[in-house]
Write a protein that binds this ligand. Structure first.
Ligand SMILES: NC(=O)c1ccc[n+]([C@@H]2O[C@H](COP(=O)([O-])OP(=O)(O)OC[C@H]3O[C@@H](n4cnc5c(N)ncnc54)[C@H](OP(=O)(O)O)[C@@H]3O)[C@@H](O)[C@H]2O)c1
Length: 367
């Protein structure tokens, strides 16, 4: 077995690298990393492995000889790398995962991914290409729980952000590639780590912090919010990649109907902070009316860039307003344990966020 992991310096890919470490598979893994040299790429991978709780010995097990330096937007520079030969499994996590309108989204997530897949197929006899998608690529207007579907999300103009459109487009382009043993895994919303909280990455947790501080957001109090921790997500992704046979070629990696309701998350968040839940004062606000909250920003969030906060709340609020949970019965039927609910590990997210300003956490998601 010889695995290629992309995105190993990121949130989901870093958790996947740590999971491969736990399985003793790092020596058989090749990494695609943006770096000036294999040594620098190796350092980046090791630092991230440590952030995800790998031991120093596990991190040191990664060597520069396992690193391909490269960017998805410039595959030609490394398409002939001997490290792309003899691969059996690919876990493709790398992507420009942002709700901003970064002009490189399409070049990285669609064109670059396709070029990488072509380069790998040309040099390797793959058993599986595990494409990490996003459950939110299904687009709006569906009934919850949302079931896996190749058809949903195809209408370009319905996407809330270019990122989800790119993720659905690349899946279809990969499906059309002859010889690619494609399985798509679509995580729901990844927040924190079940034991390390937000220490490895603060991604998206700031949305909860803001909603609780403002005592207002777009979701209904009894709404379930489909959140999964990075380590569980990674375990599921690696399992889907390595399992010899699978019943399907498309999976949600999600908490589904096991997701906590907003009120349950509120209660656990308050307990972790030693405060009272906001439930009695909570107001659900439609996305279009979020701008009415601007006068509250400074009072509740401190000195902030009002426009930036409003934009962030509107983007994340629009997704929350969809009120989706993603059916995970396919995943569970493959023998993968259900995700630990956010309320069970939010205390660690709170503890590891205490000294970090919300706006600093937010910057992570606006690349
Ligand atoms: N986080 C979530 O809630 C969530 C939910 C559903 C699905 N996903 C999916 O999970 C995957 C990883 O997301 P994430 O949250 O882990 O994002 P992330 O923390 O931003 O990590 C992205 C990774 O991709 C790499 N990357 C980005 N652009 C690249 C390029 N042009 N060439 C090579 N590498 C590139 C980054 O490398 P650098 O370190 O060099 O920047 C980093 O390693 C994505 O496919 C995303 O769609 C995430």
């Amino acid at each position: 077995m010889r695995i290629l992991l992309t995105g190993g310096t990121g949130f989901v890919g870093g958790a996947a690298a740590a999971d491969l470490a736990q399985r003793g598979l790092l020596p058989q893994t090749i990494f695609l990393v943006r770096a000036a040299s294999p040594e620098q790429g190796c350092e980046r991978l090791r630092d991230n492995l440590l952030r995800f709780g790998a031991t120093a010995a596990q991190a040191q097990a990664v060597t520069p000889a396992q690193v391909i330096c490269g960017d998805l937007t410039g595959i030609d520079a490394f398409a002939e790398s001997p490290l792309l030969a003899g691969l059996t499994h690919v876990i493709h996590c790398a992507a420009l995962a942002t709700f901003s309108s970064n002009p490189k989204i399409w070049a990285s997530n669609v064109d670059g991914t396709l070029a990488l897949a072509r380069a790998v197929i040309a040099r390797s006899q793959l058993t599986r290409w595990l494409q990490v998608g996003t459950a939110m690529c299904c687009g709006p207007g569906l009934a919850s729980p949302v079931h896996e579907s190749w058809e949903a999300g195809l209408q370009d103009d319905t996407h809330l952000v270019p990122y989800t459109r790119s993720k659905v487009a690349v899946e279809h382009a990969l499906r059309a590639l002859p010889g690619l043993p494609l399985v798509v895994a679509r995580p729901s919303i990844v927040v924190g780590h079940s034991t390390l909280g937000c220490a490895p990455s603060p991604s998206i947790f700031w949305v909860f912090r803001m909603a609780f501080a403002l005592e207002r957001f777009t979701c209904a109090p009894d709404e379930r919010i489909d959140i999964i921790p990075a380590d569980w997500c990674a375990r599921a992704l690696v399992s889907l990649c390595l399992k010899p046979t699978l019943a399907h070629d498309l999976y949600h990696v999600s908490a589904g109907l096991g997701s906590n309701r907003f009120t349950e998350i509120d209660a656990a968040y308050a307990a972790a902070r030693g405060t009272e839940p906001i439930a009695p004062r909570y107001q659900q606000v439609e996305v279009d009316r979020l701008r009415e909250l601007v006068p509250l920003f400074e009072q509740r969030l401190g000195k902030v860039n009002r426009l930036l906060i409003l934009r962030a709340l509107m983007l994340y609020g629009a997704f929350a307003e969809l009120n989706y949970v993603f059916d995970n019965s396919r995943l569970l039927a493959e023998g993968i344990d259900a995700a630990p609910p956010l309320a069970g590990y939010i205390a660690e997210c709170v503890r590891t966020s205490e000294s970090v300003p919300m706006t600093e956490q937010m910057a992570h998601d606006f690349k």
